[in-house]
Design a protein around this ligand. Structure first.
Ligand code: HEM
Length: 319
């Protein structure tokens, strides 16, 4: 599905469900998937989602942004004259800030483990990645603050959900917003716009989460089509974010557009509860990159993934 209105309708329709996942032995990736709110069936979803929402409510986005900026400065100060944003900042900084504030015992180790788990998190990936991730789930459970397994799983779930999507946003923002190798920064009109407005437009035009999935559990009519029960739906946020029925001149990069229509964080009862946190973390990193870095002109490639869009490398020059 590609139309904005159809995707909103699916995301809020009770007969459209997140595809079921199978559980596995305790402390494995399959167990984690089956225990986090993200893949939970309706009867368990609200209670599990509340664990993550409650933990996020205790975090102040302004503080997240400040800490992300401080860590970014520290990384740039140690870097030479070039740095790969994806390797050194896009995953490590947000994960370290979040893991520390969510009470994980060793935020750096937790961040490293989360990166391995995130690579295997979405169903259908290479079994070798899943086997590697199993060990890291056990490590994360040991680092998580004490509590019942379901609570610890959903705190880990916050980090895993944050990992690749926020990294994808930071990589895309560096690509779209940093000045190219030769241009003077002041000559780019984007240089005068606030980081959060710029990030919102990057999220619309180059979303790190390109799509999500649902399956129908009853026959229904949607988008002018009759769908039998059991129909798999791929909801294309990347297309809906350019739907001309919602966004005038949709292919134009125009920061400060009237808000409300963006689908990159989903919608409805399962919409992303970490939107403000993701924006704050990415803004903290980008505030510093915009001051001190330029793109190098290297070609941008993305990790192979059916629904996420995360650059493999994003090299910048540093001053
Ligand atoms: C740019 C970064 C991010 C993007 C684009 C994003 C996008 C999304 C989307 C589209 C969904 C819904 C998926 C669906 O309905 O099928 C979602 C769910 C979720 N996200 Fe995010 N996310 C981002 C960052 C974060 C961060 C930083 C956190 C936590 C700190 C987070 C926590 C979650 C959780 C826990 C869910 C599952 C919610 C539920 O089970 O009801 N996300 N995210």
């Amino acid at each position: 599905m590609t139309r904005h209105a159809d995707i909103r309708a699916v995301l809020t329709h009770p007969a459209c469900r997140v595809p079921a996942v199978e559980t596995g032995p305790p402390d494995t990736l399959a167990w984690l998937r089956a225990t986090v709110s993200r893949f939970s069936p309706p009867q368990w979803h609200a209670e599990r989602r509340a664990i993550g929402v409650g933990a996020l409510a205790a975090l102040d986005p302004d503080e997240l942004r400040r800490e992300a900026a401080e860590l970014t400065v520290a990384v740039l100060d140690r870097a030479g004259d070039r740095l790969d944003v994806m390797r050194h900042l896009a995953r490590p900084v947000p994960l370290r800030v979040l893991a520390g504030r969510l009470g994980f015992a060793d935020p750096v180790a937790a961040g490293t483990a989360v990166t391995v788990v995130a690579a295997a998190y979405h169903p259908g990936v290479d079994p070798a990645l899943v086997r590697r991730a199993d060990g890291e789930v056990a490590a994360l459970l040991a680092l998580a603050p004490p509590g019942p397994p379901e609570v610890r799983a959903n705190r880990i779930g916050l980090l895993v959900q944050a990992c690749d999507a926020t990294a994808g946003l930071i990589g895309a923002a560096a690509h779209h917003l940093l000045p190219p190798p030769t241009e003077r920064p002041a000559s780019d009109p984007r240089g005068r716009v606030g980081t959060v407005h710029l990030l919102a437009e990057v999220l619309r035009l180059d979303p790190p989460v390109r799509a999500t999935r649902r399956v129908t559990v009853a026959p229904l009519r949607l988008g002018g089509r009759d769908l039998p029960a059991g129909t798999s739906l791929l909801l294309r946020f990347d297309a809906a974010n350019r739907d001309p029925a919602v966004f005038a001149e949709p292919d134009e990069f125009r920061p400060g557009r009237p808000g409300g229509g963006l689908l990159t964080f989903g919608a409805g009862q399962r919409g992303c509860p970490g939107e403000r946190h993701a924006l704050a973390l990415a803004a903290g990193v980008l505030d510093v990159l915009r001051e001190r870095c330029r793109r190098t002109g290297a070609e941008l490639r993305h990790e192979p993934h059916p629904t996420l869009r995360v650059p493999t490398t994003m090299e910048v020059t540093v001053r």
